[in-house]
Each structure stands twice: as structure tokens, then as C-alpha cells.
Design a protein around this ligand. Sequence first.
Ligand code: PPE
Length: 307
Amino acid sequence: MSFEGVKKVWMNGRMVDFADAKISVFTHALHYGSGVFEGIRCYETARGSEVFRLTEHMERLHWSGKIYRMEIPYTVPELCAATLETIKANGFKACYVRPLAYRGFGSLGVNPLPNPVDVLIGVWTWGKYLGTEALEEGVDVCVSSWTRLGANTMPAMAKTTANYANSQLIKMEAIANGYHEGIALDDIGRISEGSGENLFLVWRGILYTPPFASSALPGITRASVVRLAKDLGLEVVEQMIPREMLYVVDEVFFTGTAAEITPVRSVDKIKVGSGRRGPVTEKLQKAFFDLVEGKVPDRYGWLTPVG
Ligand code: PPE
């Protein structure tokens, strides 16, 4: 990723120069993880710059806030309009968009409620999340020794900044041991997700993915892949998945805004299938990238032109 070329940040309804986009050291979210956020991609398509599933991302931002009794002072359409404005103000053709709603400056202490809810939208360029070769070659992953957020501890359906303390533990451990990424299990030992991606397994032509109740974020790329897979005639099963299934299936891949659709070629040094990207993963990647790059019509209405 790179902040090169970033010019403006949208802060509480105003477009601010990047160099002046500053917050207080006593911002509540900095001390207590009281922020909810999104990650969205703007693609350069054959038709111009278009944002992928913008409304769905802003709806998730709103529900993340609701779980934390945080009323976001901008509606979903207002946030969508602000996103397009921010992309235009920065002049990027393709970029990553980061909306963040957080408890701001006013009162420190665990109780977040006395603080204002501030909102910012920043953009930057983000290439291939798990390395340039990852999309074709696949990545090497481990099952993490860290468990994903336990039931009734940190709500996994909320995309809150605080949840990423757990993600960082998973990610750092994976990197320290020479892997690209870690897959975490939930608190009863079923497969949950990666540090920043949902997970799919392909076995005998059927796709499997863990349910939200396995502490997996309701990913927007996940939902998109389910739809694309069904339209390609593939069966998709959402069910709790035992760890050992990772070692026997034909294909494994991650999905996420940043990771897009990234094949997994080994888990715990055990080859997945033939040890390279499998045919179902490749088919889904093609369907996904053809759509977001505007090579085929936007038949689902998933793309919003920046204008
Ligand atoms: N699970 C987690 C834990 C997660 O962070 C993401 C997105 C997903 C699943 C996939 O969700 P979706 O993007 O809606 O398909 N992770 C974001 C942040 C990554 C980061 O390093 O920051 C992302 O991909 O934008």
C-alpha cells in the first residue's frame, strides 16, 4: 500500500488537506479502540472509475455502529456521496477507501458515550494485499495458535477497530513463522477466517464457507462470491467446518476487499490439492475480475460510477 498522491481527507463533512487532517492525542478511539470502519475498493473499469458495492459497505458501517450504540451522524446515501467526492478530490483512478467512524475528543475513560462521533473518509492506493504473485500462485498459510473472537466477547459481526487487535496477533504470528497469513479457529475449534479475509473451501465441486456464527465477518466479497458461484451453477454450503477439512479439500481461497480472491496453496506446510491455484478458484477470480474491471456488464448493479 502507499499514501503517495493522497491530497485530501473528508472529515465530518469537510474536505481537508492531508497534511492538516489531524486529531487529538486524547481521541477516545486511540485509547479504547472505539471505532468502526470499512474497506472499499474503487476500480478502474472500461467505463471509468467505479466503486464496488458502496451502499452495502456503508450499511455495514451503520450496523457496526449500532452494535456499539454509536449513532453515525451521516446517512448511508450521504456517506456514499462523500466517498465519491473524496475519490474525485484525490484524483485516483483506482484506490482503496477507508471510512472510519469513531469516538472523538471530549472525555477519556471506558464510557465512550460523552464523546462526539467523528467520521472520516480517506483514500490511498493498495495493490495486491498478499503480494503480487499471490493471485496466481497462491499463498502459504498456517492455522493460528490464536483463537478468533469468542462468542459474546467481541462481536465479530461489527467491523470495529478493536477486533483488529486479535487480527494483528494472528498476522504477526504467521509472518514470524514464514507464512503469508493465518487462519483462525473459533472458540469451539471450527474454522473461522483469516486475519483480514473470509475463507472458502472447495471439495468435490462444492463450496464451503463458515457461517457468521463461527465469528466470521459478514464479508461483502464473500457474499459476492456466493452469488457468482451460484450463478456459475456451483453449490455453496454455509456450515461449521472442522479444522482437518483444510488438509483434505481440493482448493482453499480467501476473499476480502483488500485480498480480493486469493488462492491458498498450502496450510501448515501441507499442500492444498496440487499445491497451486485450483480450477474453481480460477473460474471465480475470472468472474469477479471481469465484473470489477468492467469487461462484462454490471449485471448485479454492484458498481457505482465515481462520475
Ligand atoms: N474478515 C475480516 C476479519 C476482515 O477484516 C475482512 C476485510 C473480511 C473478512 C472480508 O470482508 P469484505 O472486505 O467485506 O469482503 N478486511 C478489510 C481490511 C483489511 C486490512 O488489512 O485492513 C479489507 O479487506 O478491506
